[in-house]
Write a protein that binds this ligand. Structure first.
Ligand code: ZN
Length: 512
């Protein structure tokens, strides 16, 4: 290894260690920390964050990158060191463009805004959040000013979570998707909704947790390199490739809420646990983007965890765990219940078919706010109108309308939501490619075996970490650029029989 490469890697390892230490503090805060620790914990995490930021914009890193770009010029895209240099350059330039004062201003404002939101949402008090959100929009625009070559203010925000994507590319993808989804939602919701009463029964926490644990063991979650704990808002967090943690929450009046949350976070964790171990401690040992990460949580939660073959194996076992609740409920009824499609107010509770409409609404509003077409004061009304148009429901208040998601009240406006839908699109595209390569996957699932699917994903997606761009990764793994057809095809094959849809009725639906 050349001297500049060794020095760069040593510096990156230090930055990585500071980030991992902050992650431990964050995980502890969200799981076991008593309330009295909050103030000091905030300061401790800010200190670690500042040290890591200072180290990541050190001019020495720029000099090392200059030398290493000459050294790795012309190497193949397969080359680890060339990929490392490309990623570190990208992050270095991004971090250096934004003055530390401005970064501090933004995070101070985000903390203030988040604090206010925790009280304003339960109180349904948008007026309290209005000046704070106006300031967030202003700061989000000013952030974009540090990237004068961007086409629109949303682009630097989008690029930060989904590298290579722009407002224009996402908008084109979403408008095609929306045009196809709205008629599908109309067709399904014109029929009687599935009965999901069997899920709304008392189910003790211990049995729920034990069942989820058994499923993710079958998925291949490595408990020697991870664990699961309880929290309010479930998340996955990695301290190192040997320690990848997930969290879940349990509602005792809902039989499957904890299970699907566990399967979702397990999908994120399988990605991280599958990254090549020799990339440990470097920026390559990360997921390729927010969207690719979400593709794995959604794949294991929905494409696998809500499929009929999966439940052919697991339903008798779930019935054995909850005989009084499910003993008399046929598999078909249960399967329809967990795949119920309904017009609803809350994104995080939405089914697979309507979910993306919630995301697109937020994505469009981010662009409207940043580009000045929509004022913050008009946002609640615009939200109600668009919910009515797209989903056929109007939120009765702002609590379950514009105030429902934390994102805009704890971070910038811009780039916050597109990853969820990109993840859904990619989940179906990866899954279809896996089944093409290994046609035995659905039959395996019906026997509770996931080795072929997990192996294909590890080989084609997980092991590479962030080495390839999301676009490269999708094209390499699936043989095609990211698109909407595999996802629409998946929805149709699944929901057509569930709701008895006729092929002709989608085209007969009123155009948008
Ligand atoms: Zn997720």
């Amino acid at each position: 290894m050349s001297a500049p490469l060794a020095e760069l890697k040593a510096r990156l390892l230090e930055i990585n260690d500071l980030g991992a230490a902050a992650a431990v503090l964050h995980w502890d805060q969200a799981t076991y920390m008593p309330a009295g620790g909050a103030e000091a914990r905030g300061r401790q995490m800010a200190t670690l964050g500042r040290l890591a930021h200072e180290k990541s914009i050190a001019p020495e890193i720029g000099r090392l990158l200059d030398a290493l770009e000459r050294e790795t010029a012309g190497r193949s895209p397969e080359d680890d060191d060339a990929a490392l240099v490309r990623i570190v350059r990208r992050e270095y330039e991004r971090a250096r463009r934004v003055p530390p004062d401005f970064v501090a201003q933004m995070s101070e404002h985000a903390a203030l805004s988040y604090q206010a939101w925790t009280a304003a949402r339960p109180a349904d008090d948008f007026l309290r959040m209005r000046p704070l959100l106006e300031r967030t929009v202003e700061l989000s625009r000013r952030y974009a000013d540090f990237f004068p070559d961007c086409a629109t203010a949303a682009d630097p925000h989008i690029d930060a979570s989904d590298p290579g994507m722009t407002a224009a590319t996402v908008r084109a993808l979403f408008s095609d998707l929306r045009a196809r989804l709205v008629p599908l939602v109309r067709a399904i919701t014109a029929r009687p909704p599935a009965d999901d009463a069997c899920l709304r029964q008392h189910a003790p926490e211990a049995e729920q947790l034990a069942f989820g644990q058994r499923v993710i063991e079958r998925y291949g979650f490595d408990f020697a390199r991870g664990r699961q704990d309880k929290t309010h808002h479930p998340f996955m967090m990695k301290f190192s490739l040997g320690d990848v943690r997930i969290t879940t929450r349990v509602r005792e009046d809902d039989l499957t809420d904890a299970l699907f949350s566990t399967l979702h976070e397990c999908g994120h964790a399988l990605y991280e646990q599958g990254i090549r171990r020799d990339l440990e401690g470097s920026p390559l040992a990360e997921g390729a983007s927010a969207g690719v990460h979400e593709s794995q949580s959604r794949l294991w939660e929905n494409l696998v965890g809500r499929s009929l073959p999966f439940w052919e194996h697991f339903y008798p076992r779930l019935q054995a765990a909850f005989p009084a609740q499910l003993g008399a409920v046929p598999l078909d009824t249960f399967h329809r219940a967990i795949n119920r499609v309904a017009r609803s107010l809350i994104r995080t509770d939405a089914d697979e078919v309507t979910y993306n409409l919630h995301v697109m609404l937020r994505f469009d509003f981010e662009l409207d706010l940043l580009e000045g077409r929509l004022a913050v004061r008009d946002l609640p009304e615009a939200w109600r109108a668009r919910m009515q148009t797209d989903l056929g429901v109007t939120p009765p208040d702002d609590r379950d309308g514009v105030l429902q998601d934390v994102h805009w009240f704890a971070g910038p406006v811009g780039g916050q939501f597109q990853g969820y839908t990109l993840g859904n699109l990619m989940s179906a595209q990866f899954y279809a490619a896996a089944v093409r390569a290994r046609p035995d996957i659905p039959a395996d699932m019906a026997r509770g075996e996931f080795g072929a699917l997990h192996g294909w994903l590890r080989e084609n997606v997980y092991q590479h970490g962030a080495k390839f761009t999301p676009a490269e990764l999708v094209e390499r793994a699936t043989g095609a650029p990211m698109g909407i057809e595999p996802y629409l095809d998946y929805l149709w094959r699944k929901y057509q029989p569930l709701y008895g849809l006729e092929p002709g009725e989608l085209s007969r639906s009123a155009p948008l």
